[in-house]
Design a protein around this ligand. Structure first.
Ligand code: RP5
Length: 164
């Protein structure tokens, strides 16, 4: 994922989440923010989760982004294990179109915050951008790259509509 020490840890509940969570790592890589991606399930690999969080803190990871679907407890349990900022991305589940994932991630008890993004690819992309905005507070290079990314996005939007 990156040769440098990861600043952002991107974790997901299943291999099946990777197609969506790639949107997060794509944007982080574009902004030259070192990141790593791991499959960790709050339910299926609970020990891997606690080991990962402990290790990530020790290695200097600053933000953890967790994507999961269904009974999506990954972000919440991660947040319970660390005071690092945790961002949660709800997967669009087949059964309930991601409403289950969204509510599982967003409805945290007071005291353990998770910053919840939108369901699916938009949320995954925005999780990367939000992590970049947090890191930009302490890193001028990231701040400049994020500003120019936003400027390019604005430039790419046509002013006049065309028939398609
Ligand atoms: C969650 O269950 C994962 O995050 C995934 O979104 C969902 C389905 O997982 P698989 O059955 O595809 O492994 O834990």
């Amino acid at each position: 994922m990156s040769e440098n020490k990861p600043v952002v840890g991107v974790i997901m509940g299943s291999q099946s989440d990777w197609g969506v969570m790639k949107e997060t790592t794509k944007v982080l890589e574009l902004l030259e923010i070192a990141c790593e991606a791991k499959i960790i399930s709050a339910h299926r690999t609970p020990k891997r989760l606690s080991d990962y969080v402990e290790g990530a803190e020790a290695r200097g990871v600053k933000i953890i982004i967790a994507g999961a679907g269904g009974a999506a407890h990954l972000a919440g349990v991660t947040a319970a294990l660390t005071t690092l900022p945790v961002l949660g991305v709800p997967m669009e589940s087949q059964a309930l179109k991601g409403m289950d994932s969204l509510l599982s991630i967003v409805q945290m008890p007071g005291g353990i915050p998770v910053g919840t993004l939108a369901i699916g690819k938009a949320g995954a992309k925005n999780a990367g951008l939000l992590a970049a905005a947090i890191i930009a507070l302490m890193d001028e290079g990231v701040a400049e790259r994020l500003s120019s990314w936003r400027e390019q996005q604005s430039q790419s939007i046509a002013y006049e509509p065309v028939d398609q």
